[in-house]
Design a protein around this ligand. Structure first.
Ligand code: NAD
Length: 412
């Protein structure tokens, strides 16, 4: 079992123990059902490259738990995707949907591929093949995919179109679609917008007024978060992507940096900043890891200078790093809360598709921030009452809700 999957299941066991789940319901095997996916689908896909050669890709869909509603979770396109990673991400989705009170379970999908190494035509063939392989497993009432790292609205449009060929009701099979095809206003921006809402709630709680901010990742989540924070007048002192990092203690001009990234593909070489060796160690008040898992480990946790970490990415703080950071008094807002904006607006998109009635951006954002503020309040109150971390508190609330669902549904 990889470190990420181990981390995901170990914390569920620890919190289930804290809640006395097995003692309260000795015959329901709740912990086993919470930590093991309902279904794991793995498959190979042969896809023709533009030069007519054939390449074979590995695909995954993990349906973790559907006690509270249909499986829900994104599709990750990245060369390092493997089954354990997809299982961990699926478990986190189950916890996230329960925590923010939306009627879904948890799932995740992935393809081991570098999407940048394929032409748009090759990628389209791959996504269509992925959809064909899963056509009987996904569906508007059973399992609803969405974007994750490496995928976006374009890929969701291909999935919708391919699924539509064999199913009359297809629009709500996938969320994160282009707005022209039934996507929700605000979905593309939702995860980053949610990170900003949650960061503001944490700043209020900690009495922070004008913090300096460093962000790892300048893609969907990190890029949107940076643009919104910049528009709100915050000082972003460093940003990293997969190639390098730039910093400016006086604050980066994010509009100019986004234009530079658009032109060159990367943040490095930006004239309005200097190269930064290690984004994790940048002097700042707030660190937003918005790129990938295990960005902060025992190897670099000591170098973190921030007082507040808001996890835009899934699983950016490894478990041992969590303990080091907690001992040093760093306040962490966990991923299952901090990046839940995406799945909340995915839920709104699914509802709008089924109603055939579309909401304004203002309506979407108001409803999104109400849900996140409510979830933040519940997590912070539980952490204070029980004298535990925000991560443990978020897990407590999610696990208690899922366990109640399991008990109410009973077992035949
Ligand atoms: P993305 O592919 O759009 O962007 C990822 C960014 O991280 C890119 O800027 C990339 O260059 C950078 N990056 C990759 N490796 C890096 C490294 N080693 N060091 C520094 N930067 C690195 O992906 P995304 O959709 O923004 O997802 C980022 C994280 O947020 C993932 O953990 C994902 O699971 C999570 N997330 C995404 C969504 C969503 O709606 N897209 C929702 C919830 C959670």
């Amino acid at each position: 079992m990889t470190d990420t999957l181990h981390k995901a299941t170990a914390l569920v066991r620890e919190v289930a123990d804290m809640l006395g789940l097995e003692r309260r319901h000795p015959h329901l095997r709740l912990v086993e059902r919470l930590t093991t996916p309902d279904r794991v689908i793995t498959f190979r896909m042969a896809v023709q490259r533009d030069d007519r050669s054939v390449e074979v890709f590995q695909g995954y869909r993990v349906q973790h738990l559907d006690i509270l509603g249909p499986y829900k979770g994104g599709i990750r396109l990245h060369p390092a995707v493997d089954l354990d990673e997809v299982k961990a991400l699926a478990l986190w989705m189950t916890l996230k949907t329960a925590l923010v009170d939306i009627p879904f379970g948890g799932a995740k999908g992935g393809i081991a591929v570098d999407p940048a190494a394929l032409s748009p035509q090759e990628l389209e063939r791959l996504m269509r093949k992925y959809t064909i392989r899963l056509a009987d497993d996904i569906g508007p009432n059973s399992d609803i995919p969405a974007p994750d790292m490496g995928s976006g609205a374009r890929e969701m449009a291909w999935i919708y179109d391919e699924y539509r060929k064999s199913h009359a009701v297809a629009r709500s099979v996938v969320t994160g679609k282009p707005v022209e095809l039934g996507g929700s206003a605000g979905r593309r921006e939702a995860t980053g917008h949610g990170v900003v809402c949650v960061l503001q709630a944490a700043m209020r709680q900690l009495g922070m007024t004008s913090p300096t901010i460093a962000i790892q990742g300048f893609g969907n989540v990190g890029g949107q978060t940076a643009r919104e924070l910049f528009a709100l007048g915050h000082k972003i002192v460093a940003i990293a992507d997969a190639r390098g990092a730039v910093g400016n203690p006086a604050g980066l001009d994010i509009t100019a940096l986004a234009a530079h990234q658009q032109r060159t593909g990367w943040v490095s070489g930006f004239a309005g900043g200097e190269p930064v060796a290690d984004i994790i160690a940048v002097p700042c008040d707030v660190l937003l890891p918005c790129a990938m898992e295990n960005a902060i480990t025992t190897a670099n946790a000591d170098r973190v200078r921030a007082r507040l970490i808001v996890e835009g990415a899934n699983g950016p703080c490894a478990p041992d790093a969590d303990r080091i950071l907690a001992a040093r008094g760093v306040f962490i807002v966990p991923d299952v809360l901090a990046n839940a904006g995406g799945v909340i607006v995915s839920y709104f998109e699914w509802v709008q598709n089924r109603e055939g009635f579309y909401w304004s951006l203002a309506d979407v954002n108001t409803r999104l921030s109400e849900r996140l503020d409510d979830a933040y309040r519940r997590v912070a109150a539980t952490a204070t009452q029980r004298q535990i971390t925000m991560r443990q508190a978020a897990y407590c609330l999610a696990i208690e809700k899922i366990a109640n669902g399991m008990v109410l549904r009973g077992v035949q």
